[in-house]
Ligand binder design. Structure first.
Ligand code: FPP
Length: 224
């Protein structure tokens, strides 16, 4: 059976779910946050050490301002209300991406990272203002500046995922089959699961089914 250390998720479909059932995209984000909470619990239950969630991409700035503000408010409230509990559960929060938000949110994200930095039950990497192409370009720039050789080891040293194992599994909900500028380097050998369901209705049972399927896949990493 394959060991499972790291699950990455593209949580797609909030907008469509919200529009269909509540006549509002933002209602879909609110419901999507409930799924986030359920999936975190199930991740702990399955003793998985790393969970990376794509919450806001560098391209998501193209959305209407009202939706962007709603998303960041949701995140702000979530962290304000839940940080203590997250810390008590021995969960570590890490941000992937560039913290270029309001000073209130930047401070909150820094606080969450600092407060939980020694926790080791589960590490949640929240990809916020994250884009894989930008991450790679900046990593190459840093290699050039340091005058080191371009090789895998040196590149990985400058990625935002430094010290993280590559994801074993990528899940994308929402019935769309693309990577959307997410962890393009790190997903080179990940097992990819495209799920038809929209994120707000993705359940623990769906998650467990993927985990079980993954455990029985023959992973070759280029060998036979
Ligand atoms: C993609 O669905 C989802 C997002 C861009 C945001 C994800 C946010 C959450 C799950 C809730 C908040 C999470 C945290 C951690 C506070 P979409 O809006 O692109 O859906 P669509 O494809 O149906 O339009």
């Amino acid at each position: 059976m394959n060991p499972l250390n790291h699950v990455a998720i593209i949580m797609d479909g909030n907008g469509r779910w919200g529009l269909k059932y509540k006549n509002s995209r933002n209602a879909g984000h609110k419901e999507g946050l409930k799924t986030v909470e359920r999936i975190i619990k199930e991740t702990i239950k399955n003793k998985i050490k790393f969970l990376t969630l794509y919450a806001f991409s560098t391209e998501n700035w193209r959305r209407p301002k009202k939706e962007i503000n709603y998303l960041f408010n949701l995140l702000e409230n979530f962290l304000t209300n839940r940080l203590e509990e997250i810390h008590k559960q021995n969960i570590r929060i890490k941000i992937l991406g560039y913290k270029k938000f309001s000073s209130k949110l930047n401070n909150l994200l820094n606080l969450a990272e600092k407060k939980t930095s020694k926790n080791n039950k589960l590490q949640i990497n929240l990809a916020l203002n994250y884009g894989s192409k930008l991450e790679l370009i900046n990593a190459f720039k840093k290699i050039k500046k340091s005058k080191s050789k371009i090789n895998e080891k040196n590149l990985e040293r400058y990625l935002q995922t430094k010290n993280l194992p590559d994801p074993d599994i990528l899940i994308r909900t929402g019935n769309t089959k693309r990577l959307s500028n997410f962890l393009l380097w790190q997903l080179a050998y990940s097992e990819i699961f495209f799920e038809k369901k929209l994120w707000p209705v993705f359940t623990e049972k769906d998650y467990k089914k993927i985990i079980n399927e993954y455990k029985h896949i023959k992973r070759n990493f280029g060998k036979v």
